[in-house]
Design a protein around this ligand. Structure first.
Ligand code: M6R
Length: 617
């Protein structure tokens, strides 16, 4: 969601900040703004819409935005619409302080009422503006000490926030604070950075510090001081970013999403690499769980949102099959509200690409309060979900910039499968050689995905021919069912058309009524070799929809001739063990959605109304 950048050093801050904002665009936003500390008054510009609107404003400014300390923000509207006046930064009434904010200040109405009763006039509808006014007031109380003023303010705030602020009375410094929302420090040579995530400063440094919960940081060009909200010196967690700028750039593709689809063989490979120890054990990145903890597990919950939830749905089939432990998959946003039965012997697996999804984070916290063990599967080092979990398995997918998840899905599958195999082995349900055999099958997946990718021209042509359609249905059974859900989600979020995924057997219980002449129905067919009965059943389901006029697009493995008579369009994928089939069957659906969106003239990487990192509940 909101993207935050702060800089102080010897470069022109406006360039560094705008460049950082550009790299955070993928998070999703609807307005943007900057503030630069110059010799005179604070220079502030903010505009609704794309970053280019802001850049025009900055370029048009007669004196430019000269100065080596600044902050910048891309805003995804929560309190107050996406307008110029609600865009960040927000300034104190005396014009001394500029503040940017990610999150929601829950007690803002009370704070605003009290500030207004003391005569302060608000110029926006945001919750953030009260922080700017409070900071100016506390600066006086703190004798001009910016970090202390920020600490005093934070102690009065409730909710989730990452805040950055600059003050004309404190040149060369940027102060930041965080609670329940991410903030990382980039450690440079004679310059330092603050940002929502490392991609904002990766062009300048790969050495970073992840700020802990309830911490305040003050950066100058040569120093980084961290304290808690009471002023007690504190430490963040140092880490080195293992990908570089080129990984975050489009690499010749029109869209990040296409680049990321193409990176899937490598991403899955990297996620599997070095994960299995010599005794078949899975090598987790950070483990605060013992083998005994894992042996004690009698129930598993997978909690996640969106695409990560679909990965969890696939994983359930494998985990229950391999471990014989009951596994439930829950939408993180629903989890804690239904009061799930959890205890010390429950393992909760929190799956999140960004590691910042608030619904997943809150579900994780609920699980921990009930004493459950939490294992995170995450792609983002330095994010909150892994930090708050008992163990972490990072998916080494590299940065995913496009809002639509692609390589995150496949790497989450790989990671979930590894966890399932490890549990099975620790509990004695599978021997090392059995685990090894499945790991070998997993290791064959990157080549299989690459093979699918090499045949996608046909899918692109199909997509263009279907771009005018208003409704799409996706059908699957077994692990093909979550794939159908994922295919429908991709199409909805990118093409803005009505798309629904169904368990194929459910069609006859109602949904089949929506089929009309020409309705495209995408059918994900399981291998006839692996689950013959399943295969035969879905072939019947395909016939049922075709008999009602559907235009059937059938995804089936090579050599499956039984589907041929019922397919208006056939997409072939390589033969794959049943449980692993989603690695190959999902890929054409990603390409289909991206291509239809492009044909319709939509922004494939940043679909409307959506954010990459959803940091509000
Ligand atoms: O960062 P996360 O994996 O926790 O994100 C979860 C969902 O918001 C995400 O998968 C979303 O559904 C994608 N935009 C779908 O493509």
């Amino acid at each position: 969601m909101c993207g935050i950048v702060g800089y102080t050093g010897s470069q022109e801050a406006i360039q560094v900040v705008l460049d950082g904002l550009r790299r955070l665009e993928y998070r999703g936003y609807d307005s943007a703004g900057v503030a630069v500390l110059s010799e005179g008054p604070l220079r502030v510009a903010k505009k609704a819409g794309k970053l280019s609107n802001l850049e025009k404003e900055v370029v048009a400014a007669a004196d430019g935005f000269t100065g080596t300390t600044g902050i910048g923000h891309t805003r995804w509207a929560t309190h107050g619409g996406p307008t110029d006046r609600n865009a960040h930064p927000h300034m104190s009434a005396d014009g001394r302080v500029a503040v940017i904010h990610n999150g929601i200040i829950e007690n803002f109405a009370k704070l605003r009422a009290s500030l207004e009763s003391s005569g302060i006039e608000f110029t926006s509808d945001t919750d953030t503006e009260c922080v700017a006014h409070l900071l100016a007031l506390e600066l006086t109380a703190a004798g001009g000490d910016l970090a202390e003023a920020m600490r005093l303010v934070c102690r009065r705030l409730e909710g989730a926030f990452t805040l950055l602020a600059v003050d004309t009375g404190t040149p060369g410094k940027v102060v930041g604070a965080r609670r329940n929302s991410p903030l990382v420090v980039g450690r440079g040579q004679g310059e330092n950075f603050l940002a929502s995530d490392v991609s904002a400063f990766i062009a300048h440094t790969r050495d970073a510090i992840e700020l802990g919960q309830d911490q305040v940081v003050l950066i100058t060009a040569d120093s980084i001081e961290i304290t808690d909200f009471l002023g007690v010196p504190a430490q963040g967690r140092d880490f080195h970013v293992d990908w570089d700028l080129s990984a975050a750039e489009k690499g010749g593709h029109d869209w990040f999403m296409l680049k990321e689809i193409g990176e899937q063989p490598h991403a899955v490979d990297a996620t599997l690499l070095g994960r299995v120890g010599e005794h078949g054990e899975i090598l987790l990145d950070e483990v605060r769980l013992t083998d005994q903890d894992l042996r004690d597990v009698d129930k598993i919950f997978i909690i996640a949102c969106g695409t990560a939830y679909h990965a969890g749905l696939v994983a359930k089939y494998a985990i229950e099959h391999w471990t014989r432990i009951p596994c439930e998959v829950e939408l993180a946003s629903e989890f804690r509200y239904r009061d799930p039965v959890l205890d010390r012997s429950t393992l909760v697996i929190a799956v999140s690409q960004s590691g910042e999804t608030m619904d997943t984070l809150m579900a994780l916290r609920h699980a921990k309060e009930q004493k459950a063990r939490v294992l995170a599967i995450c792609n983002t080092n330095g994010s909150t979900i892994p930090r708050e979990s008992d163990a972490v398995l990072y998916t080494h997918g590299g940065p995913e910039i496009a809002v639509a998840s692609t390589k995150a899905f496949l790497t989450q599958l790989a990671a979930c499968f590894l966890v399932g195999l490890h549990l099975a082995q620790v509990r004695g349900v599978k021997y090392a050689d059995e685990v090894g055999a499945v790991v070998d099958q997993l290791r064959a997946m990157p080549a299989a995905i690459a093979q699918v990718l090499s045949t996608m021209d046909d899918v692109r042509a199909l997509a263009r021919s279907l771009a005018h359609q208003k409704t799409f249905i996706f059908l699957g059974r077994h692990v093909g069912y979550p794939v159908a859900l994922e295919g429908a989600l991709k199409l909805k979020e990118l093409a803005y058309v009505h798309a629904e995924g169904f368990a194929a057997g459910e069609m006859k219980h109602g949904p089949i009524a929506v089929i009309e002449e020409g309705t495209p129905v995408v059918c994900v067919v399981p291998s006839p070799a692996g689950r013959g009965v399943l295969h035969d059943k879905i072939v019947s389901n395909i016939q049922e929809v075709r008999a009602r006029g559907a235009y059937t697009i059938v995804i089936a493995e090579e050599g499956d001739e039984a589907v041929v008579p019922y397919a208006n369009h056939l997409i072939r994928v390589p033969r794959t063990p049943t449980l692993l089939a989603p690695f190959v069957t999902t890929v054409p659906l990603q390409v289909l959605a991206a291509e239809i969106a492009d044909a319709l003239g939509h922004d494939v990487d940043q679909p409307r109304n959506l954010a990459k990192s959803v940091t509000v509940e």
